[in-house]
Design a protein around this ligand. Structure first.
Ligand code: ZN
Length: 465
């Protein structure tokens, strides 16, 4: 499901990106139509594939935490957006045994992080097709340019599964860029006594000869990086918020006591954010508190953020991750360089929660963050922080300060109107910094050019705006 059709042709897009392009001579043959093996994102130029739009992922697997072996079949339903004689998927998982397209065996080959599929006959533009990939072996973690670990991270009792910005391809094949969102079904079979916690709604749980299958449905579109099926021994709790949103939480028994206060806040946080950001976008919420200390961060996995431990600022962090349901998960990035649209907004939401609950006000937190003349901090360009600084302080803190400065400039009434219009206009879609500026200018009837110039498009500490 993508709301944005790539404007460039397959061959153009392939030519635009650095790195290996379509070297196969078949690519250039007249009448041949090969899907681009990239969507041209400057930070992750190998991510994503052109020529089709994924609508649904059905990922069925069995995983044994003891041997760390997985046996899986991922079935993607997609629509061709051009005639396709061949297309690619992002995949860095274990050995592929078979690929079918519309249940007919297809030729396939792998090259590094890509799986190339050649269907038996050309898929015509506009046609809906299914591609099923069967694979088995050991999925695993991977390391990002900034050194962080993600993907399929084995734990002592299962696996901690996160994919921002790349790791989903370590455990399922897909179109791994936030612009191609889709609905998901996960069918996870794990040893009895172990729980597999996915995104969305648990639709069934059944045990047979020592194995339990958990079926999770994510009925609202989701970017691949937000997918999780985190596995382990968990204490499960189900409830609903006062606003009637189902809550499913899973906590590692070893952390249950320390995690209790943050889990207890979820209903109030979700309902408060619904009142300031607009209706909660998804049909379920919750959290997964696992123990994977080597990871060191939490992730806003859709409907159900995942934590690798109880964070030191537990309340701030759960508020942050839940705010991402609106900012990042429902309204998603078009390109990774706009990461402040995720992290700045989620950080500002922490400030709003603090203000709402009688802690330091957003103004106070702005002042605290603005005061220090830290050198590398103010030198990062918010509109383009660079792939190494995506998850460093600037997108979070300068991003939050940008929003607070905007609030002061346009006043509370217009500022909160902007936030609500943002989540409504781009719900389940993708947006850019330019989209935000346009919306803010329209809602405030002000020219905000020099304001956003100072905060987004220039380095240095803004001193007047
Ligand atoms: Zn965040």
């Amino acid at each position: 499901m993508t709301l944005r059709t790539p404007a460039v042709s397959a061959l153009m897009a392939a030519a635009l990106v650095a790195g290996p392009t379509l070297a196969d001579p078949a690519t250039a043959a007249p009448g041949s139509t090969v899907g681009a093996d990239s969507l041209g994102d400057p930070y992750f130029p190998r991510q994503g594939n052109g020529g089709f739009d994924v609508r649904h992922y059905d990922i069925a697997f069995a995983y044994d935490p003891g041997s760390r072996q997985m046996t899986a079949t991922a079935t993607l339903t997609a629509v061709a957006t051009q005639d396709l004689s061949r297309f690619s998927l992002d995949f860095m998982g274990p050995t592929v045994s078979a690929v079918t397209v519309d249940a007919v065996a297809a030729a396939f080959s792998r090259d590094d992080d890509k799986l190339f599929v050649t269907p038996k006959s050309v898929l015509r533009n506009g046609r809906t097709f299914t591609v099923a990939v069967s694979y088995a072996g050991e999925p695993g973690p991977m390391y990002d340019p900034d050194g962080s670990i993600e993907g399929w991270v084995p734990t002592d009792d299962g696996a901690f599964v996160v994919g921002e910005p790349q790791g989903s391809a370590r455990w399922f094949p897909g179109n791994n860029h936030p612009t191609d969102k889709a609905t998901f079904t996960f069918r996870a079979t794990v040893p009895d006594g172990t729980t597999a916690v996915g995104n969305g709604t648990l639709v069934s749980q059944s045990t047979r000869s020592g194995w339990t299958t958990f079926v999770w449905e994510s009925r609202e579109p989701m970017a691949t990086y937000l997918a999780t099926v985190t596995i382990g021994k968990f204490i499960i709790s189900e409830s609903t918020t006062p606003g009637n949103i189902p809550v499913y939480t899973a906590v590692d028994p070893r952390l249950a006591k320390r995690a209790a206060p943050m889990l207890a806040e979820i209903p109030d946080i979700v309902d408060y954010f619904s009142s300031v950001f607009g209706p909660y976008p998804f049909s379920s919420t919750g959290a997964i508190i696992d123990y994977a200390p080597q990871v060191g961060y939490a992730l806003e996995t859709q409907t159900r953020p995942v934590f690798c431990d109880v964070p030191s600022d537990a309340i701030g962090t759960i508020a942050h991750e839940l705010a991402h349901m609106w900012f990042g998960d429902s309204v998603s990035l078009t390109r990774w360089s706009d990461i402040w649209l995720n992290e700045g907004f989620a950080t500002y939401a922490e400030w709003l929660w603090s203000e709402h609950t009688g802690g330091p006000t957003a103004q106070k937190l702005f002042e605290r963050t603005y005061a220090p003349d830290k050198k590398p901090f103010w030198d990062v360009l918010l509109a383009d922080p660079g792939v190494l600084d995506m998850f460093d302080y600037p997108p979070y803190d300068r991003g939050a300060m940008t929003l607070h400065a905007l609030r002061v400039k346009v006043g509370d009434e217009i500022f909160f109107k902007i936030l609500k219009e943002w989540t409504r206009s781009y719900r389940f879609g993708n947006a850019t910094s330019a989209d935000f500026i346009r919306l803010a200018e329209r809602a405030s009837q002000q020219n905000l050019g020099s304001f956003f110039d100072a905060w987004l498009y220039r380095t240095g500490k803004p001193t007047s705006w």
